[in-house]
Design a protein around this ligand. Structure first.
Ligand code: PRX
Length: 679
């Protein structure tokens, strides 16, 4: 309870109010949409008209939404300057604002005692509520701590913390002073953390002594200690006490609660350009090195606030329950920025869906009176295996909208979520989007007049999103009932601006395959009715329990083992996790201790990346299938691993097609051995 007590102590110190925010709302200049256009006219239009306007006149749509929905220090003079071919994307040019003011101060002015955060701690029934006034004060104290330790505008700060009010305050504190946060999921290993800190050249790290999850303690500080050894840019590590257990403090370490308590609860917000960096979030691509996706201030905030309101049908007084971790984009956009910008009460879920039992989510819904429940299909697939009584014994009448994110939701999970959890009365929105898109891009909007919601389908584009399906030669596939590469034909304010430190890689990864379009890396089908269904990745990225991972990252880790000259990893279907990594490894001649090597490989992936990345299957092969130019043909490996017919498909482009028979034989022996073991 130490953290709770300390947090309370901090909060109870009286503050002097919201602090000197920017001098009142100032609006965009008169050549732009007239002030009040959004509030008085556009927001009342039927969704169909709003959508049409958003794609035919983005300046009018986004300009009026930005002017009315955000508070500006300086009005913007131009709505956008975007050119997808070159990856040049700028929104609300000339405008200055502060994101933390929009998420905190504006609400403190009108309803300081409204609950901003409900921290659903791991221990059931010990939730902590934090009002907007308290969150502002905590954010300001933390911002002052950062400033007094030399963190300045533009500096990068790594946040390695589980979901907690202090993690949110750390993000907002960075936003307040113009520092750039990079939250690293607290399940990543020290090497993965170090790689991100080094790439971003972070000046400081904010962490906890320990994490608590499913009743287990996780030594986060030890992971940070190991990481910062190879990160000379780090000058301070701020350590919060989540548990009472003592922490060994080193030279860089600063006790966070202690230093916060001596700081004033007021911190003047830094006016920032619309296109100043707000945060970096590292994500996997099809090459080995994670990319630091860059999001900026105004466009991201506007897009998350608008999607949060429209996709989830959020209304005043709702309790918004997104159970994602803040270490992922879902946590950034729909635990923190979207809901707080809209003055919502947002839930921070620290625990797991099965702790202390499989009723945890629904008991939380009942206790906190949650209105929207937004989670990942992987958890639903796990929960639906238990008896429905785990759901039904709790009162879920507070629920109004259900949402799913991160991976395709299968029909069984969709129907269970809709009919058992939602009693068949709550719209269920399958939301498609990515770290790079900033917010939801394709999803039903429950409040849309007369629009159907079909099971397991992302359905319709959000305002401003123009999905296009492109064929293999880059041709635009028009009409309905077609499948192709999912691209987006027009810029939108929430989209990523760059890859940190490597704009060329940004252009190469997203704008080169189909010039003039943002290429998502996913495939999709457009139905006879013009609705979109995501069919999965078209590149070498897999999705494990909703967590995206490039197979190349796992291969890089495996190939570091001295006994492994090469490896190839593919995604293999799993009934709960969606996909798991399946590794084909070549071992050097003379390696006799195969079992020991495979165990070392598991450990290697766990320490280099994270536990969830460890392959569930290892198949030792003599050779990998390669084209004449030496490219590994993972398509063939996928076929061998997943097709029961044993048909590897077209092997004509292989350098030596006989390799396929070897792999099929090895795979057959592997499946027989597994079946034997199961007996
Ligand atoms: O393949 C798509 C899948 O998750 C990828 C994005 O992963 P990430 O950047 O980690 O963001 C996850 C949370 C937004 C996409 O390229 N994906 C996400 N949502 C869906 C999905 N696949 C199918 N249906 C979805 N609703």
């Amino acid at each position: 309870m130490a953290a709770q007590r300390l947090f309370r102590t901090l909060l109870s110190r009286s503050g002097t109010g919201p602090g000197p925010g920017p001098a009142g709302p100032r609006r965009a200049s008169s050549s732009l949409p007239a002030p009040g256009t959004w509030s008085s006219r556009l927001s009342r239009l039927p969704h169909r008209d709003l959508y049409r306007l958003s794609v035919t006149d983005p300046d009018q749509f986004w300009g009026s939404a930005a002017a009315d929905r955000l508070r500006w220090v300086e009005p913007f003079h131009r709505v956008r300057d975007c050119e997808l071919r070159s990856g040049r994307i700028s929104w609300f040019l000339g405008g200055k604002l502060n994101v933390s003011v929009n998420c905190l101060d504006v609400h403190v002015e009108t309803h300081p005692d409204r609950v901003a955060l409900i921290w659903e701690r791991d221990e059931p029934g010990t939730e902590v509520k934090v009002t907007y006034r308290e969150l502002l004060e905590t954010t300001c104290r933390l911002a002052n701590v950062l400033k007094s330790h030399g963190v300045q505008k533009g500096d990068r700060v790594a946040v390695y913390m589980p979901v907690s009010p202090l993690a949110v305050a750390a993000m907002l504190a960075c936003a307040r002073i113009g520092a750039v946060h990079t939250v690293v999921f607290a399940g990543f290993s020290s090497e993965a953390l170090a790689g991100r800190i080094q790439d971003a050249q972070c000046k400081a790290v904010v962490t906890c002594n320990q994490g608590v999850r499913g009743g287990r303690l996780i030594d986060l500080k030890a992971t940070v200690d190991a990481a910062v050894k190879s990160c000379p840019s780090v000058q301070h590590v701020f350590v919060s006490q989540r548990t009472e257990n003592p922490t060994v403090m080193g030279q860089l370490d600063v006790p966070l609660e202690e230093v916060m308590s001596s700081q004033p609860p007021v911190c003047p917000p830094e006016p920032l350009d619309s296109e100043d960096l707000l945060f970096l979030l590292y994500t996997s691509g099809s090459t080995g090195k994670p990319k630091g996706i860059v999001h900026t201030q105004a466009g991201y905030l506007l897009y998350t606030s608008l999607t949060h309101q429209y996709v989830f049908d959020h209304r005043d007084g709702d309790v918004f329950g997104c159970v994602a971790d803040v270490g992922w984009i879902t946590g950034h956009s729909y635990v923190v920025y979207g809901p707080l910008c809209n003055g919502a009460t947002t839930v921070l879920f620290e625990s797991t869906p099965v702790y202390p039992d499989p009723g945890r989510y629904w008991e939380t819904v009942q206790r906190l009176r949650i209105s929207q429940f937004y989670g990942a299909p992987t958890a639903l697939r796990l929960l639906l295996k238990y008896d429905d009584s785990w759901v039904k014994k709790y009162d879920r009448s507070s629920l109004r909208t259900l949402g799913s994110v991160g991976e395709p939701i299968n029909h069984e999970a969709w129907h269970w979520f809709h009919s058992v959890v939602g009693d068949g009365r709550c719209p269920l929105v399958d939301t498609w989007w990515q770290t790079e898109t900033g917010g939801v891009c394709i999803a039903p909007r429950p409040a849309e007049e007369g629009a159907p919601i079909l099971p397991a389908m992302a359905m319709r584009p959000f305002f401003g999103i123009q999905p296009e399906l492109l064929g293999e030669k880059g041709e635009r596939l028009s009409g309905d009932d077609v499948s192709g590469a999912l691209c987006i034909g027009q810029a939108w304010p929430g989209m990523a601006r760059s890859i940190y430190g490597d704009h060329d890689r940004f252009v190469e990864a997203y704008f080169t395959a189909f010039p003039g379009y943002y290429c998502t890396g996913d495939g999709a089908h457009r139905s006879n009715h013009g609705f979109y269904q995501i069919t999965g990745r078209i590149d070498d990225v897999i999705n494990i329990s909703g967590h995206r991972l490039g197979t190349a990252e796992i291969e890089d880790a495996l190939d570091e083992h001295p006994a492994v000259p090469e490896s190839a990893v593919i995604g293999f279907p799993h009934d709960i996790k969606g996909e798991v990594p399946f590794a084909f490894v070549v071992l050097k001649d003379g390696v006799s201790e195969r079992g020991a090597v495979l165990q070392q490989l598991r450990e290697l992936v766990s320490t280099k990346i994270a536990k969830y990345a460890v392959p569930e299957h290892f198949l030792v092969v003599r050779r990998l299938p390669k084209t004449r130019s030496g490219k590994i043909m993972r398509r063939i490996l996928r076929k061998v691993a997943t097709e029961t017919t044993g048909d590897p498909g077209d092997v004509s482009t292989l350098d030596d097609p006989s390799v396929v028979k070897e792999i099929i034989d090895a795979h057959r022996r592997y499946t027989e051995q597994r079946a034997e073991k199961k007996k």
